[in-house]
Design a protein around this ligand. Structure first.
Ligand code: HGY
Ligand code: MN
Ligand code: MN
Ligand code: MN
Length: 415
């Protein structure tokens, strides 16, 4: 239960905001966004900044074999499992200042606020930076947290390659974050992740806090259409096995399926590569990404079945080969009702307007929830925009979210 002595404790909003702006410079772009791809030089610099800050406060810093960073503040009872906070430092190629890093910096702010107030918690607290949440450079996403819970094997994760053929293992070594700790060895009693909503609901309803009780399932595919390269001038339309036109029909089929399961169903093709890529050769091959999401298991299953049927229909009708390789998936999930209730109490006690909601975005909390009682806190972002350099949030909302994080972990860890 919340302790009267800490009821009025609050984080230092200016320090949190200053840290957000300082760390936005690691990979900062001319348009005011952030490009800090997983395990890049920019990621190394922000990781080094965080580790140096943690070491300056005397916290224990551990790094595991997939590069997850654990920053632990001791509790009075070292025998109790730590209460975890955290998120991710990596960003999309055209990312913003808040996605992921807000949850890490808010966790750091919680630790430093407790130090300044001289407050000891019963259980230890652990701030985590999870490797490769975004999945932009190395697929799949949520890699560090998925390895932590054993959903993705460590060796397979270390072998993931980026577009240049560099493996996760090589990239970890190159930036000095190939740790020795066994992922999953460190047990947590609970985890709370603070994150911007990355959608429009909280702003539209004039609310400050989202208590996230569930998250959409995700299905990621690597797709390929194989046809036949041929001469653009001499090949009659009736004899073509045009991979690009088949891909175009497939893309519209994916959009039709997502719309048929709206408003909660979504489908996205974010990447496509046409070969041989010559203006006067009928394309022979298209490689592409495809992802579907839905919060309802039945709809989610039907979307995947409908897509498989459409792929077969288009392949036969156009005499091409279509492969959809399901490289990663996460079923629709519910977070811990107890942890969510703790978050709601912390918001209510501070008079912050909140609502329960489902996350459309994937988060490390989604992976961790399969092994640890977990829930999330959302704060609004402007126009619900994220995965965009224009992503923005306010000092007031970020501070409110960090205060709800502070009082949630105090309730979970005991004072
Ligand atoms: O894709 C996601 O939902 C996460 O933001 N990386
Ligand atoms: Mn994120
Ligand atoms: Mn993201
Ligand atoms: Mn996340």
């Amino acid at each position: 239960m919340p302790d009267a002595s800490t009821a009025n404790l609050a984080i230092n909003a200016e320090r949190l905001w200053s840290n957000i702006m300082t760390t936005a410079a690691f990979g900062g772009t001319l348009k005011g966004g952030v490009r800090r791809l997983t395990l890049s030089e920019e990621d190394r610099r922000v990781r080094d900044w965080l580790v140096a800050r943690a070491q300056a406060s005397g916290y224990e810093v551990g790094i595991d074999r997939i590069g997850n960073i654990y920053i632990q503040r001791p509790g009075r009872d070292p025998g109790r499992a730590a209460v975890a906070m955290g998120s991710h430092l990596d960003t999309q190629p055209t990312g913003g200042k808040f996605d992921g890093i807000l949850g890490v910096l808010a966790g750091l702010e919680v630790l430093e606020t407790l130090d300044e107030a001289g407050i000891a918690t019963e259980a230890p607290l652990c701030l985590v930076n999870w490797t490769n949440e975004e999945g932009a450079r190395f697929a799949p996403g949520e890699l560090g947290s998925e390895v932590y819970v054993g959903h993705v094997a460590l060796e397979a994760a270390l072998a993931c390659r980026d577009a240049e053929g560099v493996t996760v293992g090589e990239a970890l070594s190159a930036i000095g974050y190939a740790g020795t700790e066994v992922p999953g060895a460190r047990r947590f009693a609970a985890m709370v992740e603070l994150h911007i909503e990355q959608g429009p609901l909280l702003e539209a309803e004039n609310l400050t806090i989202g208590v996230v009780t569930a998250a959409k399932g995700q299905q990621w595919y690597n797709g390929m259409v194989s046809g036949r390269e041929s001469h653009a001038g001499t090949t009659p339309m009736t004899l073509r096995r045009d991979a690009l036109m088949a891909f175009a029909e497939l893309a519209l089929a994916a959009e039709r399926i997502a719309r048929a399961h709206a408003p909660d169903g979504v489908g996205t093709i974010g990447m496509a590569e046409v070969s041989p890529g010559s203006r006067n050769t009928v394309p022979g091959e298209v490689r592409f990404s495809l992802e579907f999401r839905h919060p309802d298991p039945d709809h989610f299953g039907r979307m995947r079945a409908e897509m498989r049927a459409e792929a077969e229909r288009i392949a036969a009708a156009r005499d091409v080969t279509v492969t959809l390789d399901p490289i990663w998936s996460m079923e629709p999930l519910s977070f811990s009702p107890d942890v969510a209730a703790t978050i709601a109490q912390a918001a209510a006690a501070r008079g912050l307007p909140y609502r329960e909601m489902t996350s459309g975005a994937g988060h490390d909390a989604c992976a961790v929830a399969s092994a640890v009682p977990t829930a999330m806190i959302f704060v609004p972002c402007k126009d619900g925009i994220s995965h965009n350099e224009a992503e923005s949030a306010t000092l007031k909302d970020c501070a409110a979210g960090a205060n709800v994080l502070l009082h949630s972990v105090l309730a979970l860890a005991g004072v």
